[in-house]
Every structure is written in structure tokens, then in C-alpha cells.
Design a protein around this ligand. Structure first.
Ligand code: PEP
Ligand code: MG
Length: 608
């Protein structure tokens, strides 16, 4: 699609175009666009056994449907582009949609799977090459028309192969230094592969503010804008651009004035970072002397230096999914011991809360997919076999993880490792997990492992409305709570946290979400059980007074948010926070709550 030279003009080359999106990770990036929809997905040739034909046919059907969905979405979003660009792009997208129907490409690929026993992506590639060769052999004066048709076939085949292999970024290890990566969609596993030292910023069409991709980008400190509709159509590789991750905007072909403004913001951002860095050694203590614990969430080990730099008082949430991403086999017990040891040692005796695998939803991992279509397998993954539900169905996975964590705890022996269970809805799930935990401990002791007499605490994520409302019952089975407001908001409001289309409805300040946070916090406090917040709310300094007022004293967040939250804590009085929280909890309108939150923050700033 982008190799057609006439497209350059249609994209308003040279004219400044500002494309709004969701502000996901703060910071300013100035650089050249690197649009990932251009390069072909590299898929090795694959032959299949006759009994795999049906699976491959289904994969092809699912990838075709998903590609259709992607293009239909693009079609609804090109409204933000200049009119002449819209006129040119719309028919192209229609042509692509037709090719994803009962076209020669799809029929031919299906036939190749059956008669030549090819993997779906190999069949698509071969069929596309066949069609392109046939087009090139046509004797016609309309050379440009023939070239366009061949490009269309190549583009759609690439999209299919990309969706079939679901590995768009593995071939992009060597991104040009300082580029702004532009993509239709980035999975959390793709984001984990990005090198923050090479990339200036990331912008995508898809994604929501609290999806795992957003979390990963914040963790890596890469300025990012997601949900920027129309971006991939408007941008071309090599276009100069400015990305503002705090304002949620990508500006292509920036004017001299825009560029100067971006440079100023970049310098201001660096100055603020230096200023906040000075808070590192100061305690997180309110003006009336209440101690608050600020911990870090960790998604990939590369964050460890950042966590140390931020002065985190431990790791409140170690998402172990990174160990399972971007690989086709499962990490064994020794590999897990090694990974957790690295983190525990780096934290030098500070607490480390290791969450067992939270597979499912948007966190799809090849190693566990086992014959399931790797991309968007249909159904409703967020409500399916996710987190602890999956682990209880495959207890061998849980056993390996428990054993690894217990061995690390035994080696460290300072009682600072804790275990956390994701996606719990009923007390019975915790009981079952604990039975497995104790069984694994007995087995390790028989094997001669010197485990601490009291096993590391086993905590529960409160991240579904069911768990929050049953928090008093679940508290009787748990050693601590970690409230995951990202999923709690998603499941309470029935809004996908990673979906750009409904991101305006995703609101952790909705009173329903706040009431659940309050209910779960109070259930824990009544039993004097530790409770923390580890969803993205915890890292928003505007929300610190409210959460402190609700009784929370431990916050776990992306490391770069710690200084700002510490600054907020140090300006607050717990009595004021409690009164403020009571006032907020009387409200029924999220917009009013937002106003109150902003007004309270302004008041604090004025008082300071
Ligand atoms: C949450 O849901 O708030 C949470 C912290 O877990 P994750 O973001 O990994 O789903
Ligand atoms: Mg969660």
C-alpha cells in the first residue's frame, strides 16, 4: 500500500498534521517515523502433517476475519485525515476488504493447505506470489494499474501473514536509532522487545491507557501515544514527527514553531526529572508523620536499575509473564529460580511480591497457546481461562512456579518474598492454590530444601468485582491483598482496558470502582491484613489523597511514577485525606469526582 508513489502526495507530505490519541506514557519524542506496516513479516516455510489440515484452515479463517476487522476499523477512522487523503485511501481499503472475502487469494491459500500440506502462512505467501506473477505477465498498457493491483495483493498477504504468525516485531530488532515507532497494534510481548535506548517514542492505532502494552511502555519510560486513529494511514516511514506522550498527540511534519515548542518541553521534562531525582532519599511521609510505602511494579528485569534509581521500597507486583513471552517452550524451575533470584538480590532485602502467571486476556503467549490460533482466538478471553483459573486447570505450571519461588525464598531466608495469585473470584480458588502450595513445600522439604518454617505469605489480587464484594470471605483465606484497579475497572464497567474505541468509558474514578476499592480495603483493614494498590491508579499523584483517605498505605506503581507520588504524599495530611475521601464517596457522578480530585490537588499546591 505504501509503495505507491502517488500516495505520498495524498498524505499531505510536508504539511503539519496533528493526530490525537490516548496519552499513555509521558515524555516528548522528536524523530523520524518508522512505520512497521511496511516490512514483510518473515515467516519460515512450514509443511504440515495431513491431520493438521483442519487446524491450519481454521487459522487461516480466523486470521482472515481478524484482518477484515482491522481494515473495517481503519475505515471508520480515516475521518481525521485531510479530505483528499480520505478519497484516495477509502477505495484502497475497500479493495483490501474484498480480497479478504471469497477471493482468489483466500481460496488459493486454502487449496494449498489441503493439496500441498502447507502451513497457513506459507500457503498465503505462495498463493500471493503466484497471483503477483500472473498480474506481471499480463500485457497491458496500464502499467501503473497492474503495479497497484500487485501491491494490493502483496499488502494484504503481508497483513495475513503478520496476523497468522503474530510476530510483527521480531524482525525489527535493529530499529533505527531515535525513531518514533508507528504501528497499528503492539502486543505486550512486542513491547517487551523494545529497547528504550534506541526508540524515541511509540505511537499506535490500537490500545487503551491501562492495557498491558501501555503499562509496558510506561515501565520502559518510552514516551507513547496509543489509540491514535488514522496514524498509520497518515504517516510514512521517514516522516519527521513530534510525539507528546503527556498531551496524547503525534504531529507529522511539524512546523518550526511546533518543533521549538517540543524542544522546550523536552528540556522541561529533563529538568523536572532531575528535580524529582532529589526526592530519592527522602521518606514517603505525610506532614503528620504517617509512613507510606511506595513500591514498584516490575514487568521485565531491564527495569531493575530504574527501580533502584526511583528509590522504591520493594517490588509490590512482579508480573512473571515476561518469562513466558516471546518463546515457544515453557521456562523450567531452574530458569525461574534464576530469574527471581536476580530480582530478589537486586532488591537487597526489600520485599518482592512475585505474582504467578497471569496468562489470558490480551496477554497471549505462544508457549501456552498449543494449537489455538495465536491471534484473537475469538470467544471472550478476558472472561475465560485467565490467571489462577488457568493455573488450577494446569496445576503442573503452578507447581513449578511455587517451587521456584520457595527455593528463592529459602536461599534468601530473610522472609521478604511473597506470592500473589491473579484473577481470583471465589475463596475456594485460594484454598485450592494453598493446598498445592503446601504440597509443593512438603515435596521440596523431602528433597532436602531448607525452607523457612513459615512459608512466604500467599496473597490475592482483588481485581474482579466478585472478589472485591466477597473480600471479607476471601480475606479469611489470604495473607494479604493487592488491589488491581486496572482489571477491577475493566470488569466493573464492562470496558476493555486495551480497546481504543471504548477508552472514553474506562474510568477508575467511576464511583462503582471506588466503592469496590473501599470495600476491599476495609475488609483487609478489619483483619489487620496488609493491603496495597498495584493498579495504574497507584501511580497517579492526583489520586494519592483519595487512596490515602480510603485507608491505603502501600502503593505499587511503575518506577518512574514513584518520585511524583512521593512528592504528593509529603504534602498531605492524613486527616485532610480522610475528609476528602468521605466527600468523594458521597458522589455519584465520575465527572464531579474528577473535578473534586483536581480541586483538591490545586488546593494542596496552593497550600504548599
Ligand atoms: C491490575 O489488574 O490492576 C493489575 C495490577 O494487574 P495487571 O495489570 O497485570 O492485569
Ligand atoms: Mg490484573
Amino acid at each position: 500500500m505504501k509503495t505507491d508513489p502517488s500516495k505520498g502526495k495524498s498524505k499531505g507530505k510536508g504539511r503539519e498534521v496533528a493526530i490525537p490519541g490516548i496519552a499513555v506514557s509521558p515524555g516528548v519524542a522528536i524523530g523520524l517515523v518508522f512505520d512497521t506496516s511496511d516490512p514483510p513479516a518473515e515467516a519460515p516455510r512450514r509443511k504440515i502433517a495431513p491431520d493438521a489440515i483442519e487446524v491450519e484452515r481454521q487459522k487461516l479463517a480466523a486470521a482472515t476475519a481478524f484482518s477484515r476487522k482491522q481494515i473495517s476499523k481503519l475505515k471508520t477512522r480515516i475521518g481525521v485525515l485531510p479530505e483528499e487523503a480520505q478519497e484516495e485511501i477509502a477505495p484502497l481499503l475497500d479493495a483490501h476488504l474484498m480480497m479478504l472475502g471469497n477471493s482468489r487469494l483466500i481460496r488459493g491459500a486454502r487449496k494449498r493447505i489441503e493439496s500441498e500440506l502447507l502451513g497457513a502462512e506459507t500457503a498465503v505467501g505462495d498463493e500471493a506470489e503466484g497471483i503477483i506473477a500472473a498480474i506481471q505477465a499480463i500485457k497491458d498498457d496500464d502499467k501503473a494499474g497492474l503495479a497497484r493491483r500487485a501491491t494490493e495483493v502483496r499488502d494484504i498477504a503481508r497483513r495475513l501473514v503478520r496476523n497468522l504468525t503474530a510476530t510483527p516485531f521480531r524482525s525489527l530488532k535493529d530499529l533505527p536509532e531515535g525513531c518514533i515507532l508507528v504501528a497499528e497494534e503492539l502486543t505486550p510481548a512486542d513491547a517487551a522487545l523494545l529497547d528504550p535506548a534506541r526508540i524515541a517514542g511509540v505511537a499506535t492505532e490500537e490500545g487503551g491507557a491501562d492495557g498491558h502494552t501501555a503499562i509496558m511502555l510506561r515501565a520502559l519510560g518510552i514516551p507513547a501515544v496509543l489509540g491514535a486513529h488514522g496514524l498509520t494511514e497518515a504517516a510514512e516511514r521517514g516522516d519527521p514527527a513530534v510525539l507528546d506522550g503527556a498531551a496524547g498527540r503525534v504531529t507529522l511534519h511539524p512546523s518550526a514553531a511546533t518543533l521549538a515548542g517540543a524542544k522546550d518541553r523536552l528540556a522541561a521534562f529533563a529538568r523536572e526529572r532531575t528535580k524529582l531525582g532529589k526526592l530519592r532519599r527522602l521518606p514517603a511521609e505525610t506532614t503528620d508523620g504517617e509512613q507510606v510505602e511506595l513500591q514498584a511494579n516490575l514487568e521485565i528485569p531491564q527495569e531493575l536499575p530504574l527501580i533502584a534509581q526511583a528509590g522504591a521500597q520493594g517490588i509490590g507486583l512482579l508480573r512473571t509473564e515476561f518469562l513466558f513471552m516471546n518463546r515457544e517452550d515453557l521456562p523450567d524451575e531452574d530458569a525461574q529460580v534464576e530469574a527471581y533470584t536476580q530480582v530478589v538480590e537486586a532488591m537487597e532485602g526489600l520485599p518482592v511480591t512475585i505474582r504467578v502467571l497471569d496468562w489470558g486476556g490480551e496477554k497471549d503467549m505462544e508457549a501456552l497457546a498449543e494449537g489455538v490460533v495465536p491471534v484473537h482466538a475469538g470467544g471472550n478471553p478476558a472472561l475465560g481461562l485467565r490467571g489462577l483459573r488457568m493455573l488450577l486447570k494446569r496445576p503442573e505450571l503452578l507447581e513449578v512456579q511455587f517451587a521456584a519461588v520457595l527455593r528463592v525464598a529459602a536461599a534468601g531466608a530473610d522472609g521478604n518474598v511473597r506470592l500473589l495469585l491473579p484473577m481470583v473470584t471465589i475463596p475456594e480458588e485460594v484454598r485450592q492454590a494453598r493446598e498445592i502450595y503446601e504440597r509443593v513445600a512438603r515435596r521440596l522439604r523431602r528433597r532436602g530444601e531448607r525452607l523457612p518454617e513459615k512459608l512466604p505469605p500467599l496473597g490475592v489480587m482483588i481485581e474482579t468485582p466478585g472478589a472485591a464484594l466477597a473480600a471479607d470471605a476471601i480475606a479469611l483465606e489470604a495473607d494479604f491483598f493487592a488491589i488491581g484497579t486496572n482489571d477491577l475497572a475493566m470488569y466493573t464497567l464492562a470496558v476493555d482496558r486495551a480497546e481504543a474505541e471504548v477508552s472514553h468509558l474506562y474510568d477508575p474514578l467511576h464511583p462503582a470502582v471506588l466503592r469496590l476499592v473501599q470495600f476491599a480495603t476495609e475488609a483487609a483493614l478489619r483483619l489487620r491484613m496488609p493491603v496495597s494498590i498495584c493498579g495504574e491508579m497507584a501511580g497517579n499523584p492526583l489520586l494519592t489523597p483519595l487512596l490515602l483517605g480510603l485507608g491505603v498505605r502501600t502503593f505499587s506503581m511503575n518506577a518512574s511514577a514513584i518520585p511524583r507520588v512521593k512528592q504528593a504524599v509529603r504534602g498531605l495530611d492524613i486527616g485532610d485525606c480522610a475528609r476528602f475521601a468521605r466527600r468523594v464517596m458521597e458522589q455519584s457522578d465520575p465527572a464531579r469526582i474528577r473535578e473534586l480530585v483536581a480541586a483538591f490537588a490545586d488546593g494542596v499546591t496552593e497550600r504548599a
